[in-house]
Design a binder for this molecule. Structure first.
Ligand SMILES: Cc1cc2nc3c(=O)[nH]c(=O)nc-3n(C[C@H](O)[C@H](O)[C@H](O)COP(=O)(O)O)c2cc1C
Length: 368
């Protein structure tokens, strides 16, 4: 509660602006306290780099399985690809067995991970059927044993361990607070809390009281997550929770510039203008090139469709363009179509229209 009051005081003393202190995770200093959330199937290296270039202070990889038999699979090796990624490189691992999770941490450290994040936040069936992700919150001794094994595996390398969780298993079992204290005691260096229970999935609204309670119960940095979709919401969530940082997931889909908008608003209390159409066109075309580079032509063109759809969904002509995209099967034609769409838009307006806050429609179904 003291932290919460301090955050409020800071905000009111400086009018509309908040001045967060620089954040550290172990030896790493982060650029700011606005983070992009790990989203499987979305926050691959190209998208993380894009978010970082648009002002996200920190980005964690999509989860990597602790199952050794899958480490050489195409999916896992793409997820473990950090070529050219600005540091610190943070890799999220998911699994159910303490030793396997410790081994996965060591494996990813060998491949460049500088921070290991443990996934106890993801509700996807593929993960939860095997008792990983947020399902682990139901088995506190196992959750703690996993965190302890991972911390021990990372310690000799000087690699800090962070953890992402929900507020609890269900409304009746909101145990984030108990677990947060246990995780801090065994050496976890930062906690992210998504303000929903596992039972909620993505339904209902995120609540921030539990995040505030976690923040006031531990000394390590706490990151607030859930439904942050505008600069104002980010400021309100920071004030309500006293958290050290906010993490943005779905609202970054198709609008990676949201990070600079939030960071600017937190620092100055004023809103940035929406991006120039020409800037968005350039960013998306570069994003696509990078995306094809990671996934190759066939998979790249198909998996790029969802990103393109998110970029254009609120723009005039966006729906028709999304439909057109689904019929395009090669990268050259996809790039040209995107080029043409934004050329036409740029002829009508200099900047993107101001967008109402709102989430992308693709939710947990895409996870895994
Ligand atoms: C498509 C998708 C994939 C996700 N994948 C992961 C994941 O791999 N690891 C994880 O900890 N959380 C995952 N999440 C949860 C997000 O990190 C975040 O906690 C959640 O979306 C709430 O934040 P938001 O309201 O800003 O989207 C995923 C969410 C979505 C929508």
């Amino acid at each position: 509660m003291a932290e919460m009051a301090r955050a409020y005081n800071r905000a009111s003393f400086f009018g509309n602006a908040t001045f967060p202190l620089p954040m550290h995770i172990g030896p790493h200093t982060l650029a700011n306290n606005v983070f992009v959330a790990p989203m499987a199937g979305v926050t691959d290296r190209p998208f993380r780099q894009l978010c970082r270039s648009f002002g996200a202070g920190y980005a964690v990889s999509e989860m990597v399985t602790s199952r050794r038999d899958l480490w050489n699979s195409l999916k896992t090796s793409r997820r473990a690809n950090h070529e050219g990624e600005p540091g610190p490189v943070a890799v999220q691992i998911a699994g159910t067995d303490a030793q396997m999770m410790a081994d996965a941490a060591a494996y990813n450290i060998d491949r460049g991970a500088q921070i290991i994040d443990i996934n106890m936040g993801c509700p996807a069936k593929k993960v939860c059927n095997k008792w990983a992700g947020s399902a682990l919150m139901q088995d506190e001794p196992l959750a703690v044993a996993i965190a302890q094994a991972v911390v021990r595996a990372c310690e000799p390398h000087g690699v800090p361990v962070t953890l992402k969780m929900r507020t609890g298993w269900s409304r009746e079992h909101r145990n984030a607070l108990v677990l947060a204290r246990a995780f801090e005691d065994i050496g976890v260096r930062m906690l992210t809390v998504h303000g929903r229970t596992r039972e909620q999935g993505y339904k209902g609204l995120a609540e921030y009281e539990t995040i505030a309670a976690v923040k006031s119960a531990v000394r390590i940095p706490v990151v607030a997550n859930g439904d942050v979709d505008s600069p104002e919401k980010a400021r309100a969530v920071l004030a309500a929770t006293g958290a050290d940082a906010v993490m943005v997931g779905r609202a970054a889909q198709g609008q990676p510039w949201i990070f600079r908008e939030i960071a600017h608003f937190l620092a100055t209390g004023t809103q940035l203008a929406p991006p120039l159409v020409a800037e968005v066109q350039r960013a998306l075309l570069e994003h696509l090139q990078d995306h094809y580079g990671l996934y190759g032509e066939f998979t790249g063109v198909r998996s790029a469709r969802k990103h393109i759809g998110w970029y254009v969904r609120a723009l005039p002509g966006g729906d028709a363009f999304r439909a057109e995209m689904n019929g395009i099967e090669d990268s050259g034609a996809q790039l040209s179509a995107v080029h043409r769409f934004f050329d036409a838009l740029g002829a009508r307006m200099d900047r993107l229209p101001v967008r109402a806050a709102g989430m992308a429609e693709e939710f947990a179904e895409n996870e895994a």
